[in-house]
Write a protein that binds this ligand. Structure first.
Ligand code: PLP
Length: 212
């Protein structure tokens, strides 16, 4: 299948999931995860109308940006080391992986120095896996309060990658927990905090994520 055909099929499935859940398809953003794929594949997807791409390595993202059309929206979805923040701030529309106050403060420092406000998501270790980055459900409020206090950071929502699953249904409880956590944190009413976005769902389970 060509990238264009693949995209069309995925968009159709996403729309069907929206209809099932009573959601407006326009509130769902499809991020084409382009990590490990060459710039030529990004260009092909862009030509087919895809605007949002996800990368998990700072330098790989920067290199691809040079080779791809301007105006694409690049998301940083990987674990971000503090010494790589300088490559990502100003080049990514959304950093999905803020998992510690230290990382939040480094993004604040670089953003302030460049006169930018960075949109970020907090990475939640929703299944409490020892092997995973991300703040636990219980420390999420602490991380949110720390990030919310930083003037050059705008917290737009939460991100989680649940454990690998054999069926899309297996991770439904984690997606649901994410929405509940979003509601709980929203209710704190912290100034400057929007929390409108949940970044979740991958190739195998994006429809379940959309439904939840
Ligand atoms: C690689 C990656 C994805 C994409 O996974 P697929 O199974 O290829 O859809 C999604 N989210 C994150 C955070 C990733 O690192």
């Amino acid at each position: 299948m060509s990238i264009a055909e693949n995209l069309q099929q995925i968009r159709g499935r996403a729309e069907a999931a929206c209809l099932r859940a009573g959601r407006d398809p326009r509130e769902v953003t499809l991020i084409a995860v382009s990590k490990t794929n060459p710039a030529s594949a990004v260009c092909e997807a862009a030509a087919a109308g895809q605007t949002d791409f996800g990368e998990n390595k700072a330098q790989e993202m920067c290199a691809k940006q040079e080779e791809c059309p301007k105006g694409l929206r690049w998301h940083f979805i990987g674990n971000l080391q503090r010494n790589k923040v300088k490559y990502v701030v100003g080049r990514s529309v959304l950093i999905h992986s803020v998992n510690s106050p230290q990382l939040a403060r480094e993004i604040e420092r670089v953003s302030a120095a460049r006169g930018l406000i960075s949109d970020v998501l907090l990475e939640i270790n929703i299944a409490d896996e020892a092997s995973k980055h991300g703040t636990g459900e219980t420390s999420a409020e602490e991380l949110l309060r720390a990030a919310a206090a930083l003037p050059h950071l705008r917290v737009r929502g939460l991100m989680a990658v649940p454990p690998p699953a054999d069926t899309p249904e297996e991770n439904r409880p984690y997606f649901r927990k994410m929405r509940q956590l979003q509601e709980k944190l929203k209710a704190l009413g912290l100034p400057g905090v929007q929390l409108s976005e949940l970044s979740m769902g991958m190739t195998g389970d994006f429809e379940t994520a959309i439904e939840e």
